[in-house]
Design a binder for this molecule. Structure first.
Ligand SMILES: N[C@@H](Cc1ccc(O)cc1)C(=O)O
Length: 509
């Protein structure tokens, strides 16, 4: 198993995804300079406290209560109060992969050395991740601007041996689970409650997972488009390199080139110009493809940032009061990504509408039914599957309303402008889930359609080797449908394949 090292080096989306899937082991760097930098932040904070300076959230109350002074004899108790009164999350719990990503994203931020936390805290957080002891974190209740306070309070509590965790699928008391892996509950030092909770780790973790899924969706939608063109007896010349050289969007050019590498024209065209869901697929998928690199930068900058408050500059010892917990960049990334992904669902929904309709599919049976003879009358092919695709697509499109524009003043007007980035990220993952359902349905559709095209003749396009190999794999996994069959088990099987990114698609380009 590979290692993801938490130390001086920058982390990538792939690191968080690998940890979330338990395909990598988390390791705390033994780089001496980095360890010293972490310890410096913690000792500097101690020194400041000894000087009796005013430090927000250490010698003051939280948020709007920053005007309330904390008597020195109560300073040590303050962090426990922070995670305790934030224990008001509701909704579903984050899944185990999501929770691992959240732990990893928090560690990624705290390791920058700006948060004044002890190495011991990093070790405890690392311990949870390494032993797969997963705090049960309710997904709802973050406005994404004082970071993800409420959901991250469940991480803070678990580190201190409070509330519940999931271990190998079983709910356990955190205290018991810590003991089982030989860890003692943390006693949070001043500021450490804020350092854990006052940051963007939840939305950033979800954003990493969403980016990774969207990257695969882009490729799979491209491959499906190639097969849809072949099924529909459309034209490969719509994806000509010379055509795309005239419009210099690199991602769009890449999508067109991928389709061109999948299919070639072999016969007389049925129709000079295909409908837009085929002809303009690079113009739809290409917007996602062009945006992914920018979104990667944005998400990875947030991932590698110090995003709590206040910060302590370990190089100068200066205390910096600010608002780096504000998740505006992730909110924008997720609001944008869900829009781009929902457009893919819509594109594929339109392709399916062409393929199942005997008025548009150039000679294939209605609903792509494989039944013939008298039995054709009672078989309905993919009729219900198309209805499901319509429903999933509508639901995905409905979720594209940006979350960030619903900012509202809260917490006695201290947090009077907030990001809603966590809601945007949750929406984005839901849009991705619905879009993956549409992809699964389209895999069945093109597999069925290509077999019927072979039977019916009239092909205008042939599959090149990579697309042919993909179709052969699909044909092995998805049975041809002649008699009606309940497709749910097959859909779930295909969804699992999409989730694990089982097919390698265009890795070489
Ligand atoms: N830490 C935030 C505010 C905050 C923290 C905890 C709260 O419960 C509420 C608000 C700030 O710097 O302003």
């Amino acid at each position: 198993m590979t290692a993801v090292v938490f130390g001086p080096a920058r982390l990538r989306i792939e690191d968080i995804v690998a940890l979330s899937r338990r395909q990598a082991q988390p390791v705390l760097s033994d780089d001496a300079a980095w360890r010293k930098r972490i310890e410096t932040g913690a000792t500097q904070l101690d020194a400041m406290l000894a000087e009796h300076g005013q430090i927000y959230g250490v010698t003051t109350g939280y948020g709007d209560s920053c005007t309330v002074g904390i008597p020195l004899d109560l300073v040590a108790e303050l962090p426990r109060h922070l995670y305790t009164y934030h224990g008001c999350g509701l909704g579903e719990h984050f899944s185990p992969p999501q929770t691992r990503a959240i732990l990893a994203a928090r560690l990624a931020s705290l390791k920058s050395g700006y948060s004044g936390v002890s190495l011991q805290l990093l070790q405890q957080l690392h311990g949870l991740l390494a032993h797969d002891v997963l705090p049960l974190i309710p997904a709802e209740g973050s406005v994404g601007a004082s970071g993800d306070l409420t959901p991250l309070s469940y991480v803070a509590a678990a580190l201190c041996g409070e509330r519940d965790v999931l271990v190998a699928g079983e709910t356990q008391a955190a205290a018991q689970a810590l003991a089982a892996i030989g860890l003692t509950p943390l006693q949070l030092r001043p500021k450490e409650g804020l350092a854990i909770m006052n940051g963007t780790a939840v939305m950033t973790a979800l954003a990493c997972l969403a980016w990774d899924k969207a990257n695969y969706v882009s490729q799979l939608a491209t491959r499906i488009t190639s097969l849809a063109v072949a099924t529909a007896a459309g034209n490969a010349y719509h994806f000509d390199a010379a055509l795309f050289a005239a419009k210099p969007h690199a991602g769009q050019q890449q999508v067109a080139a991928r389709i061109a590498s999948d299919i070639e024209d072999v016969g007389q065209e049925q129709r000079l110009q295909d409908r837009y869901s085929l002809r303009c697929a690079p113009h739809v998928i290409g917007v996602l493809q062009d945006t992914l690199p920018f979104l990667r930068d944005t998400i990875e900058n947030e991932l590698n940032s110090a995003n709590d408050n206040p910060l302590i500059d370990p190089d100068t010892g200066r205390l910096l009061h600010g608002g780096h917990f504000y998740g505006g960049h992730i909110a924008f990334a997720m609001d944008s990504l869900k829009n781009l992904v929902a457009n893919i669902a819509d594109l594929l929904d339109r392709q399916m509408a062409l393929l199942v309709d005997a008025r548009y599919n150039n000679g294939l049976p209605a609903n792509l039914s494989g039944a013939s003879g008298p039995r054709a009358a009672i078989n309905h092919g993919l009729k219900a599957l198309q209805i499901s695709v319509s429903a999933w697509t509508a639901e995905a499109l409905k979720l594209t309303m940006p979350a960030s524009v619903f900012s509202r003043s809260t917490e006695c007007h201290n947090q009077d402008k907030v990001s809603m980035g966590t809601i945007a990220a949750r929406d984005c993952l839901r849009v991705l889930q619905l879009t993956e359902q549409v992809l699964a349905a389209m895999l069945i559709t093109v597999r069925q359609g290509l077999a019927l095209r072979q039977r019916a003749g009239g092909a205008t396009v042939a599959l090149r080797p990579a697309a042919q190999a993909f179709n052969a794999q699909l044909t092995a996994e998805v049975a041809f449908i002649d008699e009606d069959v309940a497709l749910e088990p097959l859909l779930r099987q295909l969804l699992a394949r999409i989730d694990t990114q089982a097919w390698s698609l265009y890795a070489a380009d």
